[in-house]
Ligand binder design. Structure first.
Ligand code: RFL
Length: 388
């Protein structure tokens, strides 16, 4: 079997790339380890920033793939139990959307499949081969247990942080830059309607966040120590901690359907390619969830890579492909810097355990500057909308 691009992974990066290639008339096959049902129900991010929304519009897909409601340019901070709404100044046209990641994923799958895209679920033991040769291959076992091999020009590694693509690059070819923040988030999905799109608490018990996930549910985040275990977090303890950090009780404390621990960290792999294998999204970089940029960076990579492949296939011009890693890394580092700043700010400002009083006062000063200085406000808004 032959194609131009084999895409490994059908998360936001892989599906977006697949759709962009399909619209450019470039052959591709998407291989996904999980089932369609699993992928369509995986709950994660919730914010499509303005840059990403515009990107879908430029590729003619916005109407078909973007769901959700417009993003309000207001963040509801609760500081030591007091509400401090923060409005950011923006030249943005209000393109950003509060759209659950699985809604975007579901729409991307529907559009890809109905436009004739080749998407194969339950592909096991995916293995990139001969990635530095002229015609690399991807071997896998299909859902009926038959081993298949696809020969291609390019492999797009869109298989996340634990995928097989990055692991198939010799270790000495990649540099891993990483930073651990020293704490984790307990992330909780609950049947608890939110009366705002987002609320974020700075409190001496630690950070807490609530983000609407549709009209009836919320995702909550609670800062906690790295060595905590999910089992230590009973529903009662979770609700008690949320009420304490927000400084007011959550009105409806519905069923909690999932609890996970996410250590906060930043990771960048450099370069984002090796031979004919290119890494996109979480396979190449991780940002702390505080920034709400992980999905948006994955979308940016897909945009850059699709345009580069199109230029190579249509005009035999390899310049964009050669620049792929450098182009993406410049953008990634810009948002890593933002993510690290915002993560430190939101945690240090309430922190009495981790970094101490000096960092706490610095963080509070930076926080106040967002309200006091229009320049600081604008820069923050530029990052939130993704237009920096
Ligand atoms: P994905 O979405 O993880 O997709 C990877 C796909 O590859 C498949 N796969 C394989 N397929 C074949 N063979 C293999 N060997 C394979 N190994 C893996 C997987 O099954 C999967 O389908 O990566 P992608 O496309 O790079 O997208 C990245 C985003 O999903 C991620 O950055 C965001 O979810 C991060 N994130 C957030 N990002 C935002 O922009 N805004 C947010 O508000 C936001 N909130 C979050 C988040 C991530 C969170 N977690 C999971 C830590 C909140 C949370 C709690």
């Amino acid at each position: 079997e032959n194609t131009t691009v084999v895409i490994v992974g059908s998360g936001v990066a892989g599906l977006t790339l697949g759709n962009f290639l399909l619209r450019s008339g470039i052959d591709c096959v998407v291989l996904e380890r999980r089932s369609r049902e699993y992928v369509e129900q995986r709950q994660r991010a919730g914010v499509i920033d303005s840059r990403a929304a515009r990107m879908f519009r430029e590729w003619g897909l916005a109407d078909r793939v973007i769901g959700g409601v417009p993003f309000e340019p207001v963040l509801n901070f609760r500081i030591d139990g007091e509400t401090r709404p923060f409005k950011y100044v923006t030249d943005d046209l209000g393109d950003g959307r509060f759209c659950p990641q699985q809604v975007l994923v579901r729409n991307l799958i529907d559009v890809f499949v109905s436009d004739g895209g080749d998407l194969r679920f339950e592909a096991e033991d995916v293995a990139p081969e001969d990635i530095t040769g002229p015609r690399p291959r991807v071997r896998y076992r299909d859902s009926s247990g038959v081993t298949r091999t696809i020969t291609c020009d390019f492999i797009a590694g869109c298989d996340g942080d634990h995928g097989v693509c990055r692991a198939s690059i010799p270790e000495e070819e990649l540099t891993r830059h990483s930073h651990e923040y020293g704490y984790a988030w307990l992330t909780v999905l609950a049947e608890a309607p939110a009366n705002h799109q987002s609320m974020m608490a700075i409190h001496d018990r630690g950070f807490a966040g609530q983000f609407a996930r549709g009209p009836q549910a919320s995702r909550f985040y609670l800062q906690c120590p790295l060595d905590t275990a999910v089992e230590e977090w009973t529903d009662d303890r979770i609700w008690g901690e949320i009420d304490a950090r927000f400084g007011e009780p959550i009105a409806v404390k519905g069923r909690i359907s999932s609890k996970t621990l996410v250590p906060l960290r930043s990771v960048v792999h450099d370069p984002m390619s090796y031979g004919h294998l290119y890494l996109l999204g979480d396979a190449a970089h991780i940002v702390p969830p505080m920034s709400a940029k992980g999905m948006n960076l994955a979308l940016h990579d897909a945009d850059v890579f699709a345009a580069a492949v199109r230029q190579q296939v249509k005009e035999q011009d390899t310049s964009l492909l050669e620049a792929y890693s450098a182009t993406c890394l410049k953008h990634v580092w810009n948002y890593q810097a933002f993510a690290a700043w915002f993560t430190d700010l939101m945690h240090d400002a309430g922190d009495v355990f981790y970094h101490g009083e000096f960092r706490r006062r610095l963080a509070r000063t930076e926080f106040e500057r967002l309200y006091d200085s229009e320049t600081a406000n604008r820069l923050f808004g530029e990052f939130l909308t993704g237009l920096n």
